[in-house]
Design a protein around this ligand. Structure first.
Ligand code: ADP
Length: 483
């Protein structure tokens, strides 16, 4: 991997704590999911070392928060520019540890960097308020102040962007940040730390602690009084555990959890556009995103045509090592991820679903899996309630608009949803009725730094991106003055 990089020093394996590159006395291996080989041996940070890191972040907080917003903005801007300048290397590191095709990895780097650019700008717009007093002598002012040290836990599916979406608004607000990346993908986070150092982000402000003891670090974040905010992206189950733990300290939490996105194709939809949207929405990152279409509902009169067109598009996917040219679809992250796809498929076919494409491990072996479509899927099958997180597209058939809205909403999740339709009153009705934090209408791509990303129901709490995103890292203070 080092030989592929223009700047090999970005392949960092030490922890980044308080501005120092640290050897911790323990290590763990990072594997390339496409080839199974070990690409790096990374320093493993313990819970006790995390406690020390939090103390450093606490000490770094006052001077960082005391800078003018413009000073913080300029440093963040520099960090953003360095990410763009080093995008090719960051993408190569990301593909090597995570498996997504290089072009997609580059897309993630640009997307991830866009949050740093955006929040560098937003840093300067943390406006307070004045409120007309409630008595003749009273003057009321509302300040917004950084909440404190932030503990962050992120997953492997977007090793760069899941961190920038949290770190950029936190740093912009004046908080300091301790990032615990997923064990599978610490290298992207460490490369970002190397660039943070070069950008002049002061020691202790942005720390990266690769660690295998996820549960221990999670407990430390929740039990350490210096940490005032926990930001998490991952499964709903782990989110629940962390919220329970955070309750003891009444800690503020942002939770970006699981989804079970419906993707609805109505009979008045542009079917080619719907197929294109479904391809991106279902097969991007090999189905491993929390906003991936999990259930595809197609109106009866266009069901067969849509299925045919989707199968033709799926046949063009090119599965392989993401480092190679022309690959559209990488491996799954782990054997467990493959097992989940297989379980959902076996459950569906045993209950009457029909296999249209794929349906087995890919000839390449490892964790490669054939992009798969099943038809005749019903609400009784596991795919209806459970996030597959893999390349399995289940096609459900529906007749009635109200029925499909009810089916789409029949889930504990509420992150992303999508539908394709042209009739304006139908578009409004469905967009308003879907119980989701995000609705894509005639598009399968909704993520952008300018809009609030997040879920309702058990998909989470809080929003990332947009001018709302920085509020997650600010507290309001109201000052009442008698004059
Ligand atoms: P995913 O399916 O994306 O891996 P998880 O919720 O299992 O979702 O993992 C998301 C992140 O949470 C990962 O970095 C993982 O290591 C971490 N994690 C898993 N269990 C815990 C826990 N009990 N406490 C804190 N973090 C955890």
């Amino acid at each position: 991997l080092k030989s592929l990089l223009k700047d090999p020093s970005l392949l960092e394996t030490r922890a980044y704590i308080n501005g120092e590159w640290v050897e911790t006395g323990a290590t763990f291996d990072v594997k390339n999911p496409a080839r199974g080989d070990v690409i790096a041996t990374v320093q493993d940070v313990s819970r006790a070392q995390t406690e020390a890191c939090i103390a450093d972040a606490e000490a770094a907080m006052k001077p960082w928060a005391a800078l003018t917003a413009k000073e913080r903005a300029n440093t963040l801007r520099r960090w953003f520019e360095l990410m763009i300048e080093n995008a090719d290397d960051l993408a190569a590191i990301l593909t090597a540890e995570m498996g997504k095709p290089l072009a997609e990895a580059k897309g993630e780097i640009m997307y991830g960097a866009s949050f740093v650019e955006w929040f560098a700008e937003e840093a300067k717009r943390v406006y307070g308020e004045t409120i007309p007093g409630h008595q003749p002598d009273k003057r009321i002012m509302v300040l917004k102040q950084p909440i404190g040290v932030v503990g962050s836990i992120t997953p492997w599916n977007f090793p760069n962007a899941m961190i920038t979406r949290k770190a950029a608004p936190a740093l912009a607000a004046g908080c300091t940040f301790v990032a615990r990346p997923a064990t599978e993908t610490p290298l992207s986070a460490l490369a970002m730390a190397a660039l943070a150092e070069r950008a002049g982000i002061p020691a202790g402000v942005f720390n990266v602690i690769p660690a295998t003891d996820a549960a221990g670090i999670g407990q430390e974040f929740c039990e350490n009084f210096a940490v005032r905010k926990l930001t998490f992206t991952g499964s709903t189950n782990v989110g629940r555990i962390l919220m329970r733990q955070a309750a003891d300290q009444v800690m503020k939490c942002s939770m970006e959890l699981g989804g079970n996105a419906p993707f609805i194709v109505f009979d008045d939809a542009d079917l080619d556009a719907a197929v294109e949207g479904a391809m991106i929405c279902k097969f991007r990152n090999n189905g491993q995103t929390c906003v991936c279409a999990n259930r595809i509902y197609v109106q009866a009169s266009v069901y067969d045509t849509f299925a045919e067109k989707l199968a033709a598009a799926v046949a063009k996917l090119n599965v392989g090592d993401g480092m190679e040219d022309g690959i559209t679809t990488g491996p799954l992250i782990t054997p467990a991820a493959v097992a989940k796809v297989e379980e959902h498929l076996a459950d569906a076919t045993s209950k009457g679903a029909t296999l249209l494409s794929g349906g087995k491990a890919h000839a390449l072996g490892g964790t490669f899996y054939e992009p798969t479509i099943v038809t005749d899927v019903t609400q009784e099958m596991q795919v209806a309630t459970d996030e597959t997180f893999g390349p399995l597209a289940p096609l459900f058939k529906f007749d009635d608009v109200d029925d499909v809205i009810a089916m789409a909403n029949d889930t504990i999740y509420g992150l992303a949803s999508y539908f394709y339709a042209k009739d304006l009153s139908r578009v409004y009705k469905v967009a308003e009725a879907l119980e989701y934090g995000m609705v894509g209408v005639n598009t399968g791509v909704i993520s952008t730094e300018v809009a609030p990303f997040g879920g309702v129901k058990q998909s989470g709490l809080g929003r990332e991106g947009s001018h709302h995103g920085i509020e997650e890292y600010l507290e309001m203070k109201y000052i009442c003055m008698s004059v």
